[in-house]
Design a protein around this ligand. Structure first.
Ligand SMILES: Cc1cc2nc3c(=O)[nH]c(=O)nc-3n(C[C@H](O)[C@H](O)[C@H](O)COP(=O)(O)O)c2cc1C
Length: 213
C-alpha cells in the first residue's frame, strides 16, 4: 500500500495558499491511489520544541547506551523520522516567512535531521539515508522571486530546502511555487489567482504517477 506523507506549515489554514495547493495534490494522489494511505502532519498543530543540549547529547549517545530519559527526549524525533521512512512520497506545503521557511518547518527539520538515521558521516563523508522517496514542495510567496530577477537572490526557501533534503538523500524533488500571493490582499479574486497554480499541481500530480493530465 503506497503512503503519502502530507505536511503543512502555514499558520493561516483556510486562507493559506500552500495548504489549498497541497490539498489539491492530496486529492489527486488519492484518486490515483485508491488503496493508498495519506498521513497528515500539520506542523502548526504539532508541539515541536527547539532542540537543546540534552537533546543533542542524546542524539550522539549510542542507542544501546541511552538512558530512559534520553530515549524519552528523542521519542518525538523518532516518530517523525519513522513517518519519513514509512512514506513512499511526500508533499510539503511551505509559506515563505521573512525570506525563509516558517519557524515550525525549521523546528521539524531539526527533529528529522538525525545522524545515523537520516544522514551519516560513517566514512568521513556525508551520506543521505532518505533514499528512494519522491517529494513535491509547494511554496507560496507574497512577492515574486522568479529566477533571473533581482528578487531571486532573496529567496532562501527553495535553495535551502533543495540543499537540506539533498543532504538527507532525496534525489527526486519537484518545487512548485505560487508567487505573488500579496495580490490577494489587494483585491485579486482568489479563484482567478489560484486557477493556474491548481492546474500546475494537478498536472504534476498526474505526471508524477505516470499518467496524463
Ligand atoms: C510572518 C510572515 C512573513 C512573511 N514574509 C514574507 C517574505 O519575506 N517575503 C514574501 O514575499 N512574502 C512574505 N510573506 C507573505 C507570505 O509568503 C504569503 O502570504 C504566502 O501566501 C504564505 O503562504 P500561505 O498562504 O500558505 O500561508 C510573509 C507572511 C507572513 C505571515
Amino acid at each position: 500500500m503506497p503512503t503519502l506523507l502530507h505536511i503543512d506549515s502555514s499558520p493561516l489554514y483556510d486562507r493559506s495558499v500552500s495548504r489549498e495547493l497541497t490539498g489539491a495534490f492530496v486529492a489527486q494522489w488519492k484518486a490515483s491511489h485508491p488503496d493508498g494511505k495519506v498521513v497528515d502532519r500539520d506542523l502548526n498543530s504539532t508541539e515541536l520544541p527547539p532542540i537543546n543540549a540534552a537533546w543533542v547529547g542524546a542524539v550522539y549517545t549510542p542507542e544501546e547506551a541511552q538512558t530512559p530519559e534520553q530515549k524519552k527526549l528523542l521519542a518525538l524525533s523518532d516518530s517523525l523520522v519513522a513517518e519519513l521512512e514509512q512514506a513512499d512520497e511526500y508533499v510539503i506545503g511551505v509559506p515563505m516567512h521573512n525570506f525563509g521557511v516558517p519557524s515550525v518547518l525549521k523546528l521539524w527539520i531539526d527533529q528529522i535531521s538525525r545522524v545515523g538515521k537520516t544522514f551519516s558521516y560513517a566514512n568521513g563523508t556525508p551520506k543521505g539515508l532518505i533514499i528512494g522517496k519522491k517529494a513535491t514542495f509547494i511554496i507560496a510567496t507574497g512577492g515574486i522571486y522568479d529566477a533571473q530577477t533581482q528578487m531571486a537572490s532573496l529567496n532562501f526557501v527553495e535553495p535551502y530546502l533543495r540543499s537540506l533534503f539533498g543532504f538527507l538523500g532525496l534525489t527526486e524533488a519537484t518545487f512548485l511555487t505560487a508567487g505573488g500571493t500579496m495580490a490577494l490582499n489587494h483585491g485579486q479574486d482568489r479563484n482567478t489567482f489560484l486557477a493556474p497554480h491548481l492546474q500546475a499541481v494537478q498536472t504534476h500530480a498526474v505526471a508524477a504517477q505516470g499518467g496524463q493530465a
